[in-house]
Design a protein around this ligand. Sequence first.
Ligand code: SAH
Ligand code: SF4
Ligand code: F3S
Length: 474
Amino acid sequence: MGEYALANIYQYKETAQKSAELLGVIGDIMNVRKRGEKPLAYVHTYGCQQNVSDSEKIKGMLYTAGFEFTEDRNEADFILFNTCAVREHAEDRVFGNVGALKNIKRRHPSVIIALCGCMMEQKSVSDRIRKSYPFVNLVFGTHSISRFPQLLFEVLVNSKKIIDNDVDDNTIYEDIPTLRDKSFKGFIPIMYGCDNFCTYCIVPYVRGRERSRESAAIIDEVKSMVAAGYKEITLLGQNVNSYGKGLKEDITLSQLLQRIDEIEGDYILRFMTSHPKDCTHELIDTIANSKHISKHLHLPFQSGSSRILKKMNRRYTREKYLDIIAYAKEKIEGLSLTSDVIVGFPGETYEDFLETLSLVKEVEFTSLYTFIYSRRPGTPAAELPDVVTDEEKGKWFTELLKTQEAIAAKRCASMVGSVERVLVEEVNEKYGLLSGRTSGNIIVEAQGDESLIGTFRDVKITEARNWILRGEFI
Ligand code: SAH
Ligand code: SF4
Ligand code: F3S
Protein backbone atom coordinates (compact mmCIF):
# COMPACT_ATOMS: atom_id res chain seq x y z
CA MET A 1 0.00 0.00 0.00
CA GLY A 2 1.30 3.43 -0.94
CA GLU A 3 1.48 6.41 1.33
CA TYR A 4 -1.76 8.17 1.86
CA ALA A 5 -2.36 11.76 2.74
CA LEU A 6 -5.90 12.80 3.51
CA ALA A 7 -6.83 16.24 2.29
CA ASN A 8 -9.86 18.45 1.95
CA ILE A 9 -12.25 16.82 4.35
CA TYR A 10 -15.70 18.17 3.71
CA GLN A 11 -15.71 21.91 3.60
CA TYR A 12 -19.27 22.98 3.15
CA LYS A 13 -22.66 22.26 1.63
CA GLU A 14 -25.55 20.26 2.89
CA THR A 15 -24.91 17.42 0.42
CA ALA A 16 -21.51 17.01 1.96
CA GLN A 17 -22.93 16.61 5.42
CA LYS A 18 -25.36 14.07 4.08
CA SER A 19 -22.56 12.18 2.38
CA ALA A 20 -20.43 12.34 5.51
CA GLU A 21 -23.26 10.87 7.56
CA LEU A 22 -23.83 8.18 4.97
CA LEU A 23 -20.16 7.28 4.95
CA GLY A 24 -20.40 6.75 8.71
CA VAL A 25 -23.31 4.39 8.22
CA ILE A 26 -21.49 2.57 5.40
CA GLY A 27 -18.53 2.17 7.75
CA ASP A 28 -20.78 0.62 10.39
CA ILE A 29 -22.33 -1.80 7.90
CA MET A 30 -18.96 -2.78 6.49
CA ASN A 31 -17.61 -3.40 9.97
CA VAL A 32 -20.24 -6.08 10.35
CA ARG A 33 -19.73 -7.54 6.85
CA LYS A 34 -15.93 -7.47 6.76
CA ARG A 35 -13.93 -10.69 6.61
CA GLY A 36 -10.70 -9.52 8.26
CA GLU A 37 -9.87 -7.00 10.96
CA LYS A 38 -10.89 -3.99 8.89
CA PRO A 39 -13.03 -3.61 5.78
CA LEU A 40 -10.63 -3.67 2.84
CA ALA A 41 -11.04 -1.93 -0.52
CA TYR A 42 -9.25 -2.75 -3.77
CA VAL A 43 -9.35 0.11 -6.28
CA HIS A 44 -7.84 -0.33 -9.74
CA THR A 45 -7.61 2.59 -12.15
CA TYR A 46 -7.37 2.41 -15.93
CA GLY A 47 -6.88 5.36 -18.28
CA CYS A 48 -5.62 8.89 -17.88
CA GLN A 49 -4.75 11.17 -14.97
CA GLN A 50 -8.32 12.37 -14.83
CA ASN A 51 -9.32 8.87 -13.81
CA VAL A 52 -6.46 8.67 -11.31
CA SER A 53 -7.73 11.89 -9.79
CA ASP A 54 -11.32 10.58 -9.64
CA SER A 55 -10.08 7.40 -7.96
CA GLU A 56 -8.34 9.52 -5.34
CA LYS A 57 -11.71 11.07 -4.50
CA ILE A 58 -13.43 7.71 -4.30
CA LYS A 59 -10.61 6.44 -2.08
CA GLY A 60 -11.04 9.56 0.04
CA MET A 61 -14.67 8.65 0.59
CA LEU A 62 -13.86 5.00 1.31
CA TYR A 63 -11.16 6.05 3.77
CA THR A 64 -13.62 8.34 5.53
CA ALA A 65 -16.01 5.39 5.75
CA GLY A 66 -13.30 3.42 7.59
CA PHE A 67 -11.90 1.28 4.78
CA GLU A 68 -8.26 0.32 4.49
CA PHE A 69 -6.73 -0.49 1.12
CA THR A 70 -5.27 -3.66 -0.30
CA GLU A 71 -3.41 -4.55 -3.49
CA ASP A 72 -4.84 -8.07 -3.35
CA ARG A 73 -8.36 -8.30 -4.74
CA ASN A 74 -8.80 -11.76 -3.16
CA GLU A 75 -8.89 -10.34 0.34
CA ALA A 76 -10.97 -7.26 -0.49
CA ASP A 77 -14.51 -6.63 0.81
CA PHE A 78 -15.04 -4.00 -1.88
CA ILE A 79 -13.58 -4.14 -5.41
CA LEU A 80 -13.73 -1.17 -7.78
CA PHE A 81 -12.47 -0.82 -11.36
CA ASN A 82 -12.36 2.77 -12.63
CA THR A 83 -12.45 2.27 -16.39
CA CYS A 84 -11.32 4.02 -19.59
CA ALA A 85 -13.09 4.03 -22.95
CA VAL A 86 -10.57 5.84 -25.12
CA ARG A 87 -9.53 2.83 -27.21
CA GLU A 88 -11.07 -0.57 -27.87
CA HIS A 89 -8.08 -2.34 -26.36
CA ALA A 90 -8.66 -0.54 -23.04
CA GLU A 91 -12.27 -1.73 -22.98
CA ASP A 92 -11.37 -5.33 -23.87
CA ARG A 93 -8.94 -5.45 -20.95
CA VAL A 94 -11.61 -4.28 -18.54
CA PHE A 95 -14.15 -6.86 -19.72
CA GLY A 96 -11.50 -9.59 -19.35
CA ASN A 97 -10.60 -8.51 -15.84
CA VAL A 98 -14.23 -8.12 -14.75
CA GLY A 99 -14.92 -11.65 -16.02
CA ALA A 100 -12.14 -12.92 -13.77
CA LEU A 101 -13.87 -11.45 -10.70
CA LYS A 102 -16.60 -14.07 -11.02
CA ASN A 103 -14.42 -16.61 -9.21
CA ILE A 104 -13.72 -14.20 -6.36
CA LYS A 105 -17.45 -13.59 -5.98
CA ARG A 106 -18.08 -17.33 -5.95
CA ARG A 107 -15.56 -17.83 -3.16
CA HIS A 108 -16.62 -14.72 -1.22
CA PRO A 109 -20.26 -13.93 -2.00
CA SER A 110 -20.19 -10.95 0.40
CA VAL A 111 -17.70 -8.97 -1.70
CA ILE A 112 -19.18 -5.86 -3.36
CA ILE A 113 -18.05 -5.44 -6.97
CA ALA A 114 -18.32 -1.98 -8.52
CA LEU A 115 -17.40 -0.51 -11.91
CA CYS A 116 -17.15 3.19 -12.66
CA GLY A 117 -15.49 5.65 -15.03
CA CYS A 118 -15.70 6.55 -18.69
CA MET A 119 -16.64 3.13 -20.07
CA MET A 120 -19.66 2.98 -17.80
CA GLU A 121 -21.11 6.16 -19.31
CA GLN A 122 -21.86 4.17 -22.47
CA LYS A 123 -25.24 2.47 -22.49
CA SER A 124 -23.98 -0.40 -24.66
CA VAL A 125 -21.44 -1.19 -21.93
CA SER A 126 -23.85 -1.01 -18.99
CA ASP A 127 -26.33 -3.18 -20.93
CA ARG A 128 -23.61 -5.78 -21.49
CA ILE A 129 -22.65 -5.69 -17.80
CA ARG A 130 -26.29 -6.08 -16.78
CA LYS A 131 -26.75 -9.07 -19.08
CA SER A 132 -23.44 -10.91 -18.98
CA TYR A 133 -21.88 -10.01 -15.62
CA PRO A 134 -24.67 -10.52 -13.07
CA PHE A 135 -22.21 -10.63 -10.15
CA VAL A 136 -21.43 -6.89 -10.54
CA ASN A 137 -23.28 -5.00 -7.78
CA LEU A 138 -22.79 -1.37 -8.76
CA VAL A 139 -22.13 0.54 -11.98
CA PHE A 140 -21.77 4.32 -11.99
CA GLY A 141 -20.57 6.90 -14.51
CA THR A 142 -18.19 9.85 -14.31
CA HIS A 143 -21.07 12.20 -13.49
CA SER A 144 -22.08 10.21 -10.41
CA ILE A 145 -18.89 10.31 -8.32
CA SER A 146 -20.34 12.74 -5.78
CA ARG A 147 -23.27 10.32 -5.36
CA PHE A 148 -21.00 7.37 -4.60
CA PRO A 149 -21.87 7.25 -0.84
CA GLN A 150 -25.59 7.12 -1.61
CA LEU A 151 -25.10 4.44 -4.27
CA LEU A 152 -22.94 2.21 -2.10
CA PHE A 153 -25.36 2.68 0.78
CA GLU A 154 -28.27 1.53 -1.40
CA VAL A 155 -26.35 -1.53 -2.60
CA LEU A 156 -25.55 -2.50 0.99
CA VAL A 157 -29.01 -1.88 2.41
CA ASN A 158 -31.21 -3.08 -0.45
CA SER A 159 -28.91 -5.84 -1.73
CA LYS A 160 -29.86 -4.98 -5.29
CA LYS A 161 -27.85 -4.17 -8.36
CA ILE A 162 -27.58 -0.46 -9.14
CA ILE A 163 -26.71 1.12 -12.48
CA ASP A 164 -26.37 4.89 -12.27
CA ASN A 165 -24.99 6.21 -15.55
CA ASP A 166 -27.90 8.18 -16.89
CA VAL A 167 -27.04 11.35 -15.03
CA ASP A 168 -25.99 14.49 -16.83
CA ASP A 169 -25.00 16.41 -13.71
CA ASN A 170 -22.29 18.88 -14.64
CA THR A 171 -22.11 20.48 -11.19
CA ILE A 172 -18.62 20.73 -9.73
CA TYR A 173 -18.57 19.36 -6.19
CA GLU A 174 -15.84 20.93 -4.10
CA ASP A 175 -16.65 18.93 -1.01
CA ILE A 176 -15.32 15.47 -1.76
CA PRO A 177 -12.40 14.27 0.39
CA THR A 178 -9.28 13.27 -1.52
CA LEU A 179 -6.86 10.51 -0.58
CA ARG A 180 -3.82 11.04 -2.75
CA ASP A 181 -1.75 8.08 -3.89
CA LYS A 182 1.51 9.87 -3.15
CA SER A 183 2.60 12.30 -0.50
CA PHE A 184 4.96 14.35 -2.69
CA LYS A 185 3.30 14.60 -6.12
CA GLY A 186 -0.33 14.93 -7.01
CA PHE A 187 -3.01 16.10 -9.40
CA ILE A 188 -5.46 18.96 -9.17
CA PRO A 189 -8.29 18.98 -11.69
CA ILE A 190 -8.92 22.56 -12.81
CA MET A 191 -11.67 21.69 -15.27
CA TYR A 192 -13.81 18.76 -16.28
CA GLY A 193 -15.28 17.52 -19.57
CA CYS A 194 -14.46 18.47 -23.13
CA ASP A 195 -16.30 20.44 -25.81
CA ASN A 196 -13.90 19.87 -28.68
CA PHE A 197 -15.41 16.80 -30.28
CA CYS A 198 -12.35 15.67 -32.18
CA THR A 199 -14.01 13.22 -34.56
CA TYR A 200 -12.12 10.11 -33.32
CA CYS A 201 -12.60 10.75 -29.61
CA ILE A 202 -15.11 9.36 -27.12
CA VAL A 203 -14.13 11.65 -24.22
CA PRO A 204 -16.73 14.43 -24.82
CA TYR A 205 -19.48 11.80 -24.78
CA VAL A 206 -18.39 10.16 -21.53
CA ARG A 207 -17.09 13.19 -19.62
CA GLY A 208 -19.75 15.71 -20.57
CA ARG A 209 -19.51 19.45 -21.17
CA GLU A 210 -16.49 21.54 -20.35
CA ARG A 211 -16.66 23.28 -16.96
CA SER A 212 -13.97 25.03 -14.92
CA ARG A 213 -13.41 25.16 -11.19
CA GLU A 214 -13.27 28.56 -9.55
CA SER A 215 -9.72 29.84 -9.26
CA ALA A 216 -9.97 30.41 -5.50
CA ALA A 217 -10.70 26.72 -4.89
CA ILE A 218 -7.77 25.68 -7.07
CA ILE A 219 -5.37 28.14 -5.44
CA ASP A 220 -6.43 27.00 -1.96
CA GLU A 221 -5.77 23.41 -2.96
CA VAL A 222 -2.31 24.25 -4.33
CA LYS A 223 -1.50 26.15 -1.12
CA SER A 224 -2.55 23.26 1.07
CA MET A 225 -0.54 20.78 -0.99
CA VAL A 226 2.57 22.97 -0.93
CA ALA A 227 2.13 23.42 2.84
CA ALA A 228 1.84 19.63 3.19
CA GLY A 229 5.20 19.24 1.44
CA TYR A 230 4.14 18.33 -2.09
CA LYS A 231 6.99 18.81 -4.58
CA GLU A 232 5.13 18.39 -7.85
CA ILE A 233 1.61 19.52 -8.66
CA THR A 234 -0.05 18.82 -12.00
CA LEU A 235 -3.11 20.80 -13.04
CA LEU A 236 -5.47 18.63 -15.04
CA GLY A 237 -8.05 19.08 -17.77
CA GLN A 238 -8.78 17.67 -21.22
CA ASN A 239 -8.05 21.07 -22.71
CA VAL A 240 -6.57 23.29 -20.02
CA ASN A 241 -6.08 26.13 -22.51
CA SER A 242 -9.77 26.90 -22.41
CA TYR A 243 -9.74 27.11 -18.60
CA GLY A 244 -12.02 29.87 -17.31
CA LYS A 245 -14.68 29.77 -20.02
CA GLY A 246 -18.14 29.97 -18.48
CA LEU A 247 -16.91 31.13 -15.05
CA LYS A 248 -18.31 34.29 -13.48
CA GLU A 249 -14.78 35.52 -12.86
CA ASP A 250 -12.69 36.69 -15.80
CA ILE A 251 -9.64 34.42 -15.88
CA THR A 252 -7.46 32.52 -18.35
CA LEU A 253 -5.06 29.61 -17.84
CA SER A 254 -2.10 31.99 -18.07
CA GLN A 255 -3.54 34.19 -15.32
CA LEU A 256 -4.28 31.16 -13.14
CA LEU A 257 -0.71 29.89 -13.61
CA GLN A 258 0.70 33.32 -12.77
CA ARG A 259 -1.29 33.46 -9.53
CA ILE A 260 -0.22 29.96 -8.54
CA ASP A 261 3.38 30.75 -9.41
CA GLU A 262 3.33 33.45 -6.72
CA ILE A 263 2.79 30.82 -4.01
CA GLU A 264 6.12 30.46 -2.19
CA GLY A 265 7.71 27.04 -1.84
CA ASP A 266 10.01 24.45 -3.38
CA TYR A 267 7.72 22.80 -5.88
CA ILE A 268 7.31 22.24 -9.59
CA LEU A 269 4.08 23.04 -11.39
CA ARG A 270 2.88 21.10 -14.44
CA PHE A 271 -0.34 21.21 -16.44
CA MET A 272 -1.95 19.05 -19.06
CA THR A 273 -3.37 18.74 -21.64
CA SER A 274 -2.89 21.77 -23.88
CA HIS A 275 -4.72 22.01 -27.18
CA PRO A 276 -2.76 23.67 -30.00
CA LYS A 277 -5.81 25.59 -31.22
CA ASP A 278 -5.88 27.59 -27.96
CA CYS A 279 -2.19 27.63 -27.06
CA THR A 280 -1.42 31.35 -26.88
CA HIS A 281 1.80 33.34 -26.88
CA GLU A 282 0.71 34.64 -23.49
CA LEU A 283 0.77 31.07 -22.14
CA ILE A 284 4.23 30.43 -23.54
CA ASP A 285 5.51 33.73 -22.11
CA THR A 286 4.03 32.73 -18.75
CA ILE A 287 5.97 29.45 -18.77
CA ALA A 288 9.13 31.24 -19.86
CA ASN A 289 8.91 33.82 -17.04
CA SER A 290 7.72 31.59 -14.23
CA LYS A 291 9.56 30.34 -11.19
CA HIS A 292 7.76 27.04 -10.64
CA ILE A 293 6.32 25.92 -13.99
CA SER A 294 8.31 23.10 -15.57
CA LYS A 295 9.98 23.94 -18.86
CA HIS A 296 7.88 21.27 -20.47
CA LEU A 297 4.97 21.52 -22.84
CA HIS A 298 2.77 18.55 -23.67
CA LEU A 299 1.10 19.62 -26.89
CA PRO A 300 -0.65 16.79 -28.78
CA PHE A 301 -0.51 17.29 -32.56
CA GLN A 302 -2.29 13.99 -33.52
CA SER A 303 -1.29 14.24 -37.20
CA GLY A 304 1.25 16.14 -39.31
CA SER A 305 -1.13 16.38 -42.26
CA SER A 306 -3.42 19.41 -42.41
CA ARG A 307 -5.86 17.38 -44.51
CA ILE A 308 -6.19 14.76 -41.73
CA LEU A 309 -6.26 17.41 -38.98
CA LYS A 310 -9.29 18.90 -40.70
CA LYS A 311 -11.02 15.52 -40.78
CA MET A 312 -10.14 15.11 -37.11
CA ASN A 313 -11.81 18.48 -36.37
CA ARG A 314 -8.67 19.65 -34.60
CA ARG A 315 -9.07 23.25 -35.81
CA TYR A 316 -5.39 23.99 -36.49
CA THR A 317 -3.08 23.25 -39.40
CA ARG A 318 0.38 21.74 -39.53
CA GLU A 319 1.75 25.25 -40.14
CA LYS A 320 -0.06 26.75 -37.15
CA TYR A 321 1.24 23.92 -34.94
CA LEU A 322 4.81 24.46 -36.13
CA ASP A 323 4.46 28.23 -35.56
CA ILE A 324 3.55 27.65 -31.89
CA ILE A 325 6.45 25.24 -31.48
CA ALA A 326 8.87 27.73 -33.04
CA TYR A 327 7.68 30.49 -30.68
CA ALA A 328 7.91 28.19 -27.66
CA LYS A 329 11.41 27.02 -28.55
CA GLU A 330 12.53 30.61 -28.99
CA LYS A 331 11.09 31.82 -25.67
CA ILE A 332 11.59 28.90 -23.28
CA GLU A 333 15.18 27.99 -22.61
CA GLY A 334 15.76 24.25 -22.36
CA LEU A 335 12.19 23.50 -23.46
CA SER A 336 11.14 19.85 -23.49
CA LEU A 337 8.25 18.96 -25.81
CA THR A 338 6.04 15.89 -25.70
CA SER A 339 3.00 15.01 -27.74
CA ASP A 340 0.27 12.52 -28.69
CA VAL A 341 -0.08 11.16 -32.20
CA ILE A 342 -2.55 8.86 -33.94
CA VAL A 343 -1.56 6.60 -36.83
CA GLY A 344 -4.12 5.24 -39.30
CA PHE A 345 -7.03 7.66 -38.92
CA PRO A 346 -9.74 6.68 -41.50
CA GLY A 347 -8.74 7.97 -44.92
CA GLU A 348 -5.10 8.59 -43.94
CA THR A 349 -2.72 7.76 -46.80
CA TYR A 350 0.97 6.92 -46.62
CA GLU A 351 1.66 10.47 -47.86
CA ASP A 352 -0.29 11.87 -44.91
CA PHE A 353 1.65 9.59 -42.60
CA LEU A 354 4.94 10.83 -44.09
CA GLU A 355 3.88 14.34 -43.06
CA THR A 356 3.46 13.08 -39.49
CA LEU A 357 6.91 11.56 -39.68
CA SER A 358 8.47 14.76 -41.02
CA LEU A 359 6.82 16.82 -38.26
CA VAL A 360 8.25 14.45 -35.66
CA LYS A 361 11.73 14.86 -37.17
CA GLU A 362 11.38 18.62 -37.34
CA VAL A 363 10.15 19.20 -33.78
CA GLU A 364 12.36 16.60 -32.04
CA PHE A 365 10.06 15.72 -29.16
CA THR A 366 11.49 14.42 -25.90
CA SER A 367 8.92 11.63 -26.02
CA LEU A 368 5.76 10.73 -27.87
CA TYR A 369 2.59 8.90 -26.87
CA THR A 370 1.77 6.98 -30.03
CA PHE A 371 -1.57 5.33 -30.79
CA ILE A 372 -3.02 3.34 -33.65
CA TYR A 373 -6.47 4.68 -34.48
CA SER A 374 -9.20 2.78 -32.66
CA ARG A 375 -12.78 2.99 -33.91
CA ARG A 376 -15.14 4.33 -31.23
CA PRO A 377 -18.80 3.68 -32.01
CA GLY A 378 -20.83 6.87 -31.64
CA THR A 379 -18.05 9.19 -32.82
CA PRO A 380 -18.16 10.78 -36.33
CA ALA A 381 -14.93 9.09 -37.49
CA ALA A 382 -16.44 5.66 -36.80
CA GLU A 383 -18.68 6.25 -39.82
CA LEU A 384 -15.81 7.03 -42.22
CA PRO A 385 -14.47 4.39 -44.62
CA ASP A 386 -11.24 2.93 -43.26
CA VAL A 387 -9.49 0.99 -45.99
CA VAL A 388 -5.87 0.73 -44.85
CA THR A 389 -5.25 -2.73 -43.36
CA ASP A 390 -4.19 -3.24 -39.75
CA GLU A 391 -0.97 -4.77 -41.02
CA GLU A 392 -0.15 -1.67 -43.06
CA LYS A 393 -0.98 0.63 -40.13
CA GLY A 394 1.26 -1.55 -37.97
CA LYS A 395 4.18 -0.95 -40.35
CA TRP A 396 3.65 2.82 -40.28
CA PHE A 397 3.46 2.67 -36.50
CA THR A 398 6.78 0.80 -36.26
CA GLU A 399 8.37 3.36 -38.59
CA LEU A 400 7.15 6.16 -36.34
CA LEU A 401 8.45 4.45 -33.19
CA LYS A 402 11.88 3.90 -34.71
CA THR A 403 12.10 7.52 -35.81
CA GLN A 404 11.13 8.78 -32.37
CA GLU A 405 13.48 6.38 -30.59
CA ALA A 406 16.42 7.70 -32.59
CA ILE A 407 15.46 11.30 -31.73
CA ALA A 408 15.04 10.52 -28.02
CA ALA A 409 18.31 8.59 -27.93
CA LYS A 410 20.19 11.49 -29.55
CA ARG A 411 18.70 13.95 -27.11
CA CYS A 412 19.53 11.78 -24.10
CA ALA A 413 23.08 11.19 -25.35
CA SER A 414 23.59 14.95 -25.62
CA MET A 415 22.73 15.28 -21.91
CA VAL A 416 25.56 13.04 -20.69
CA GLY A 417 27.90 15.12 -18.54
CA SER A 418 25.22 17.64 -17.56
CA VAL A 419 23.73 18.06 -14.09
CA GLU A 420 19.95 17.68 -13.82
CA ARG A 421 17.61 18.51 -10.96
CA VAL A 422 15.46 15.43 -10.42
CA LEU A 423 12.41 14.74 -8.29
CA VAL A 424 13.12 11.26 -6.93
CA GLU A 425 9.93 9.21 -7.19
CA GLU A 426 10.38 5.49 -6.68
CA VAL A 427 12.58 2.43 -6.70
CA ASN A 428 12.97 0.71 -10.05
CA GLU A 429 12.52 -2.86 -8.76
CA LYS A 430 14.25 -4.44 -11.75
CA TYR A 431 17.57 -2.63 -11.33
CA GLY A 432 17.38 -1.67 -7.66
CA LEU A 433 17.95 1.96 -8.67
CA LEU A 434 16.05 5.06 -7.66
CA SER A 435 14.10 6.65 -10.44
CA GLY A 436 12.80 10.17 -10.92
CA ARG A 437 12.08 12.82 -13.52
CA THR A 438 13.70 16.01 -14.71
CA SER A 439 11.71 19.20 -15.12
CA GLY A 440 11.46 18.24 -18.82
CA ASN A 441 9.89 14.91 -17.78
CA ILE A 442 12.85 12.69 -18.73
CA ILE A 443 13.35 9.63 -16.52
CA VAL A 444 16.64 9.52 -14.61
CA GLU A 445 17.91 6.52 -12.64
CA ALA A 446 20.63 6.54 -10.00
CA GLN A 447 21.90 4.48 -7.07
CA GLY A 448 20.74 5.87 -3.76
CA ASP A 449 18.89 5.43 -0.50
CA GLU A 450 15.11 5.17 -0.48
CA SER A 451 14.97 8.08 1.95
CA LEU A 452 15.63 10.34 -1.07
CA ILE A 453 12.18 9.54 -2.49
CA GLY A 454 10.04 12.66 -2.58
CA THR A 455 12.98 15.10 -2.65
CA PHE A 456 14.68 17.15 -5.37
CA ARG A 457 18.28 16.06 -5.99
CA ASP A 458 20.99 17.05 -8.42
CA VAL A 459 22.16 14.17 -10.57
CA LYS A 460 25.26 14.12 -12.74
CA ILE A 461 24.26 12.31 -15.94
CA THR A 462 26.75 9.56 -16.79
CA GLU A 463 24.94 7.39 -19.30
CA ALA A 464 22.06 7.51 -21.81
CA ARG A 465 20.00 4.38 -22.31
CA ASN A 466 17.73 5.19 -25.24
CA TRP A 467 15.12 7.54 -23.73
CA ILE A 468 16.22 7.04 -20.10
CA LEU A 469 19.18 8.64 -18.35
CA ARG A 470 21.44 7.15 -15.69
CA GLY A 471 23.57 9.15 -13.33
CA GLU A 472 25.01 9.74 -9.86
CA PHE A 473 23.55 11.81 -7.06
CA ILE A 474 25.77 14.76 -6.22
N1 SAH B 1 -7.58 15.81 -24.17
C1 SAH B 1 -6.33 15.35 -24.53
C2 SAH B 1 -6.14 13.84 -24.48
C3 SAH B 1 -7.28 12.95 -24.75
S1 SAH B 1 -7.11 11.23 -24.83
C4 SAH B 1 -6.00 15.94 -25.89
O1 SAH B 1 -6.86 16.42 -26.57
O2 SAH B 1 -4.86 15.90 -26.26
C5 SAH B 1 -5.38 10.96 -25.02
C6 SAH B 1 -4.95 10.62 -26.40
O3 SAH B 1 -5.54 9.43 -26.86
C7 SAH B 1 -5.31 11.63 -27.45
O4 SAH B 1 -4.46 12.72 -27.47
C8 SAH B 1 -5.21 10.82 -28.73
O5 SAH B 1 -3.90 10.84 -29.23
C9 SAH B 1 -5.53 9.42 -28.26
N2 SAH B 1 -6.84 8.98 -28.74
C10 SAH B 1 -8.05 9.48 -28.44
N3 SAH B 1 -9.01 8.82 -29.11
C11 SAH B 1 -8.39 7.87 -29.84
C12 SAH B 1 -8.85 6.86 -30.73
N4 SAH B 1 -10.12 6.71 -31.04
N5 SAH B 1 -7.92 6.04 -31.29
C13 SAH B 1 -6.61 6.18 -31.01
N6 SAH B 1 -6.13 7.11 -30.17
C14 SAH B 1 -7.01 7.95 -29.59
FE1 SF4 C 1 -10.73 14.09 -27.11
FE2 SF4 C 1 -10.15 16.16 -28.62
FE3 SF4 C 1 -11.33 16.55 -26.27
FE4 SF4 C 1 -8.82 15.75 -26.35
S1 SF4 C 1 -9.60 17.71 -27.10
S2 SF4 C 1 -10.41 14.93 -25.06
S3 SF4 C 1 -8.77 14.44 -28.14
S4 SF4 C 1 -12.21 15.53 -28.04
FE1 F3S D 1 -9.88 7.23 -20.79
FE2 F3S D 1 -11.76 8.70 -19.77
FE3 F3S D 1 -9.28 9.47 -19.59
S1 F3S D 1 -11.85 7.65 -21.70
S2 F3S D 1 -8.33 8.63 -21.41
S3 F3S D 1 -10.10 7.69 -18.65
S4 F3S D 1 -11.06 10.78 -19.83
